[in-house]
Design a binder for this molecule. Structure first.
Ligand code: 4NP
Length: 149
């Protein structure tokens, strides 16, 4: 079982979208039994909240089902995950502060697996939810390719 944890700042926009997109990809490819997938935030500022409505609407438009309740990352997430996939350099910096040396090696930027490594810009600020969705889909597809061959 490969344990994958998607991480952003608030866990109401990018990382829950990544969690649900990745779950759809592994379902479609019939490899869902290979993975355990979750998401969380570096901050607990939105803990308990549902997916931010514009992000949820973007998922719905693309036929991605599911829901998520925001939560802050825990020590157990850092210890248990095989891959901790962050959205941007800020997430990376925040996690590296609290991760042990061995845990740091499990942290990657989601789009680092693509042919065009980049941040997933935060749609909370850019308001560009379609762009974030496209970057996340690209990152999740490339990551799945890497881990499942
Ligand atoms: P996310 O976006 O990290 O993609 O979930 C944000 C959501 C909420 C806030 C910041 C970013 N906030 O400051 O509340």
């Amino acid at each position: 079982m490969i344990k994958v944890t998607f991480v952003c700042l608030g866990n109401i926009c990018r990382s829950p979208v990544a969690e649900l997109v990745f779950k759809k990809l592994i379902r479609e490819r019939g490899v869902e039994d290979m993975f355990s997938v979750t998401s969380c935030g570096t901050s607990g500022c939105e803990a308990g909240s549902s997916i931010y409505p514009p992000a949820a609407a973007t998922l719905k438009r693309h036929g991605v089902a599911g829901s998520h309740t925001a939560r802050k990352i825990t020590r157990k997430d850092l210890e248990d995950s095989d891959y901790i996939l962050v959205m941007d350099d800020d997430n990376m910096r925040d996690l590296k502060r609290v991760a042990s040396e061995s845990e740091q090696k499990k942290i990657y930027k989601l789009c680092s697996f693509t042919s065009r490594p980049r941040d997933v810009a935060d749609p909370w600020y850019t308001r560009d939810f379609d762009r974030a969705y496209a970057d996340i889909l690209d990152g999740c597809t490339a990551f799945l390719e890497k881990v499942s061959g």
